[in-house]
Ligand binder design. Structure first.
Ligand SMILES: NC(=O)c1ccc[n+]([C@@H]2O[C@H](COP(=O)([O-])OP(=O)(O)OC[C@H]3O[C@@H](n4cnc5c(N)ncnc54)[C@H](O)[C@@H]3O)[C@@H](O)[C@H]2O)c1
Ligand SMILES: O=P(O)(O)OC[C@H](O)CO
Length: 333
C-alpha cells in the first residue's frame, strides 16, 4: 500500500482516514492542534470532531507536517478551502515530486475564484495526472459510522483515478471514477450554497415543496455554470452533483443546511460563526461562486441571493420573496 498522509484532522479528514485504514492503508494524519493529535493517539478517538467513534489503530496523528509528509506517496488535503493556500505554501517543500495530491475540499477560493485542484496545481507545481478529488454524498459522521455510501474519485488521468479507487474502496465505501474534475469540484462546492438556501427555507418553517424547488433549481444553476466551464452535465446528474446536493440539503448533519436554518430563524452570520468550530464552506463560497458565474456570464439567482443574505443585504424573508418574484421564464435554459 502507498504511504498515505492526510492533512486536516477535522470531521472529514478524520473520517476519510478511517476509510483509508479500513481499506488497508497506514495513515499519518496531520492535525493543527497538538491536543487533538494526542487524543487521537492516546484514545483512538477524535473527541472534538468525531466523538464516540473508535478510529482504527492504523491511524496515527501528529502536528508536525514534515513528519507526516516524509516520503508520503499519496497526500490528502482536508483543511477549510480558504485556508488551503497558506497551509500548502508552508507544506509544499515537504512534498515528494511524484506524490499524488487528493483534495477532499469543497470550495472556491475567494479573490482568485480558483477551484481547490487549481490552487494545488499552482502551489505544488503538479500536473493534472497528480491531482485528484474525492467528492460525493459523504457526510463525515455517517461515513465514520461505516454506513454505506458511494463517492467519486476524479482525476484527469483515468489510471490514477482507478488506483485511488482501489486505495479507498471498503465494504461500506464505494468510490466510482470520473475524469471530469471540473464538474466534480463545482458540484461539491455549489451544493453548499444551495444547502444554505434550503436551510433558510427550513428555518422559516416552509415545507418540502420549497425544499424540492430550491434543490432542483439549484441543480439547474450548477449545471449552467458547469457547462460554461467545460464540465460534463452528466457529472452533475451523478453523485458529485445531484447526489451530494440531495444528501446535504436533506441532512440534519449538514453544517451548511444547518447554518441556513439558523439564518432563517433569525440568527446573524456572526452569531452562527461564533457558535461552532466547524466550517460551513458555502458561507464564503457564495461570493466566490457568484463572481465566478458573472465572469462566465452565467445566471445563478439562488447563489446570488444567498451571497447577498450572507453580506447582510437582505433578510431571509426578503430573499425568498425576491427569488419567487423574478421574471417568469421557461424551465429549460
Ligand atoms: N464534514 C463533512 O461531512 C465533509 C464531507 C465532505 C467534504 N467535506 C469538506 O472537507 C473540507 C474539510 O472539512 P471538515 O468537515 O473536515 O471541517 P471541520 O470544520 O470538521 O474541520 C476543519 C479542520 O480544519 C482545521 N483548520 C481550521 N482552520 C485552519 C487553518 N487556518 N489551517 C489549518 N487547518 C485549519 C481545524 O482545526 C479542523 O481540523 C471542507 O472543504 C468540507 O467542505 C466535509
Ligand atoms: O456538512 P456540510 O454541509 O459541509 O456537508 C458535508 C458534505 O459535503 C456532504 O457530502
Amino acid at each position: 500500500m502507498a504511504k498515505t498522509a492526510v492533512l486536516g484532522a477535522g470531521s472529514w479528514g478524520t473520517a476519510f482516514s478511517l476509510v483509508l485504514a479500513d481499506a488497508g492503508n497506514d495513515v499519518h494524519l496531520w492535525g493543527r492542534r497538538a491536543e487533538v493529535c494526542e487524543a487521537i493517539n492516546e484514545t483512538q478517538e477524535n473527541p472534538e470532531y468525531l466523538p464516540g467513534i473508535e478510529l482504527p489503530a492504523a491511524v496515527k496523528a501528529s502536528d508536525d507536517p514534515a513528519l507526516v509528509l516524509a516520503d508520503a506517496e499519496r497526500v490528502v488535503l482536508a483543511v477549510p478551502s480558504q485556508q488551503l493556500r497558506p497551509n500548502l505554501e508552508a507544506w509544499a517543500h515537504h512534498l515528494r515530486d511524484d506524490a499524488v495530491l487528493v483534495s477532499l475540499m469543497k470550495g472556491v477560493e475567494l479573490g482568485t475564484h480558483l477551484r481547490m485542484s487549481e490552487v494545488i496545481a499552482e502551489l505544488a507545481g503538479a500536473g493534472p495526472e497528480r491531482i485528484a478529488v474525492v467528492t460525493g454524498p459523504n457526510l463525515a459522521r455517517e461515513i465514520a459510522l461505516r454506513e454505506p455510501a458511494a463517492s467519486v474519485v476524479a482525476c484527469a488521468d483515468e489510471h490514477v483515478a482507478q488506483d485511488l479507487q482501489r486505495w479507498c474502496h471498503t465494504p461500506m465505501f464505494r468510490p466510482y471514477t470520473n475524469t471530469d474534475v471540473v464538474g466534480c469540484e463545482l458540484g461539491g462546492t455549489t451544493k453548499n450554497v444551495i444547502a444554505l438556501a434550503v436551510g433558510v427555507a427550513d428555518g422559516l418553517g416552509y415545507g418540502d415543496n420549497a425544499k424540492a424547488s430550491v434543490i432542483t433549481r439549484g441543480l439547474a444553476e450548477t449545471a449552467r455554470l458547469g457547462m460554461a466551464m467545460g464540465a460534463d452535465p452528466m457529472t452533475l446528474a451523478g453523485l458529485a452533483g445531484m447526489g451530494d446536493l440531495v444528501a446535504t440539503c436533506s441532512s440534519p448533519l449538514s453544517r451548511n443546511r444547518t447554518f441556513g436554518e439558523k439564518l432563517g430563524r433569525g440568527m446573524t452570520v456572526d452569531e452562527i460563526v461564533a457558535s461552532t468550530r466547524q466550517v460551513a464552506e458555502g458561507v464564503k463560497s457564495s461570493d466566490s461562486i457568484s463572481e465566478l458565474a458573472h465572469a462566465h456570464g452565467v445566471d445563478m439567482p439562488i447563489v446570488e441571493h444567498v451571497a447577498a443574505l450572507i453580506r447582510g443585504e437582505s433578510s431571509p424573508k426578503e430573499m425568498v420573496a425576491s427569488l419567487v418574484a423574478r421574471a417568469p421564464k421557461p424551465e429549460i435554459h
